[in-house]
Design a protein around this ligand. Sequence first.
Ligand SMILES: [Zn+2]
Length: 221
Amino acid sequence: MNNKEQIENHGDNHISTSIKTPLRADAFDKSDDEKIKNIQHHFKMIMEEMGLDLTDDSLSGTPYRVAKMYVKELFYGLNPINKPKLSTFDNKYGYKKMLVEQNINIDSACEHHFLPITGFANVAYIPNKKVIGLSKINRLVDYYARRPQVQERLVLQILNDLQNVLDTKDVIVSVTAKHLCVSSRGIKDQSSFTTTLEYGGVFENSETRNEFLKIIAQEKI
Ligand SMILES: [Zn+2]
């Protein structure tokens, strides 16, 4: 197999090596503005290489728009400085059953093709001594989604953080999403979607896991 084939196969197999997004040691030495400026330059080169005329009014602003979108929107979740503060509260009401936050919007991009991954996440936990504000779960999901991703790693990153901050293993995370790299290129399968599920603690127990799955299968509000 030559190198190009290896690269393409790796992308299609969606291999990921670690729970951490692979980042360079100097990933955040430059400011966002510097990054936007540099990406703007490089994206202009890509467009010109494709034969596009950047003096055209409609195209001239595209390199800047793409660069800003990468740094500030699509991939803002690469930078730990943007991580939401996951403040927790004492479980004063003594709620000890399952809490499910469902239908959380996923807008991500696959790291192999830089094409959109869209879908939703469902997260549940069983509070021990701590509870977390509901919207913090949505924010955490969004933060990890907004980086070049593989779906398997995305659920693990969300699960890991919630387990740490809630000080319990009793957390479950599922993501169901469509990958544009599957629907619009390669196999071009328009109908398939992908579900990943990770959990710990009491969710290892199939009865508890089924309770979660039954809730998320319910008709939505
Ligand atoms: Zn892909």
